[in-house]
Design a protein around this ligand. Sequence first.
Ligand code: PGA
Length: 256
Amino acid sequence: MKKYLIAGNWKMNTVVSSAEELVNSIKLVLKPLPESIKVLVCPPFTNLASVKQNMGESSLLLGAQNCHWESKGAYTGEISIDMLKVLGVKYIIIGHSERRTYFFETNEILNKKIHSIFDNFVKPIYCIGETLKERESGKTFDILYEQLEIGLKNVKSSVVENLVIAYEPVWAIGTGIAATVEQVEEAHDKIRNKLIDMFGENANDILLLYGGSVTPQNSLEIFGLKNVNGALVGGASLKAESFIDIINSSLQLTQH
Ligand code: PGA
């Protein structure tokens, strides 16, 4: 059965009280989900503990939005994977385009983070995506392949079942202009084939998420594509209602 992961990236939004409110509203309307559908929320670091506590016995999973690759030491302002693990973090978003753009994270840096995440038995959600300029100049797949080759360098094929890739065209993030279904399909098919080239048949188990202006209006069609296993949702994950509607799209496809 096709697997889905619906991940909410809360970015730099919510304080403890509003994060608790949001997770409680999601919990309240979340239907029981089959094993094949996982739902993840990724609040800011400061709200991880209280969100985890408020998740209670629900099936929700906890994720973080970044980490450092070292386990401890003199790295003022940074957060290690150990610190996240003890809070119940199961997934870590790596290489979001906002981190690449505003914090100058390179494919090489992201490769170090991905190795540390695997070494700590947590699951990386590795974000890749092209800018509008790169798409318009026909470089989309050169960029995506480079992000995959360098970011995933020396990753063993035995661990890739725990890898999640989020294809997020930079021009679609937070703009309200999602990629078309054809663009998502083309990118995801090519990403899957590239991963099979790199890791062999194990790459069929890698979850491929689409991200960039996902809403309840477009999620059903996008989730229906063969190589789409869910979404990394920004804006629409900050409202329980829209996030739940997106989750329900995967439920609808699973029940058919
Ligand atoms: P968006 O963000 O859904 O608001 O476009 C997606 C993301 O940045 O992960």
